[in-house]
Design a protein around this ligand. Structure first.
Ligand code: FES
Length: 145
């Protein structure tokens, strides 16, 4: 049911933990399943993501997608990180079962929320970044269609 890559990231999650004094922190939840994800970003003066960590009270797919998402945004610029969508994360994991697609949205939205927090603290605007939702059910419904 799950690809080898999903199982690998579930069993050995990359970048799990937290960053002290992170430049951006984002938390999102999914009211339907009750899962929560928090993402920490360390961003340097050039807008490059030097470090990223995550914590989750989430299902296995949420753990695997967050792990992969952190790998994909690390070393990228803030703008490039915006292109790491949940679909890009799922592709990198060789797919997810349809009922688990919404879990990958938690990872994407947590990154967006952390970027939003970073932009707010810096007093800047990140082009293309929309205010993140607190509960991904608001967007999961559209994605499932
Ligand atoms: Fe809640 Fe996967 S079931 S995030």
């Amino acid at each position: 049911m799950y690809s080898e890559k999903v199982m690998d990231h579930f069993n050995n999650p990359r970048n799990m933990g937290e960053i002290e004094n992170a430049k951006g922190i984002g938390t999102v939840g999914n009211a339907k399943c009750g899962d929560i994800m928090r993402m920490y970003l360390d961003i340097d003066d050039n807008g490059i993501i030097q470090d990223v960590k995550f914590k989750t009270f989430g299902c296995g797919a949420a753990i695997a997608t967050s792990s992969m998402a952190t790998e994909l945004v690390k070393g990228k610029t803030v703008q490039e990180a915006l292109l790491v969508t949940n679909k890009a994360v799922m592709d990198a994991l060789d797919g997810l079962p349809p009922v688990k697609v919404h879990c990958s949205l938690l990872a994407e939205e947590a990154i967006h929320a952390a970027l939003w927090d970073y932009a707010k603290k810096q007093g800047i605007e990140i082009e293309g970044l929309k205010e993140p939702v607190k509960d991904i059910e608001e967007i999961a419904a559209e994605e499932d269609e």
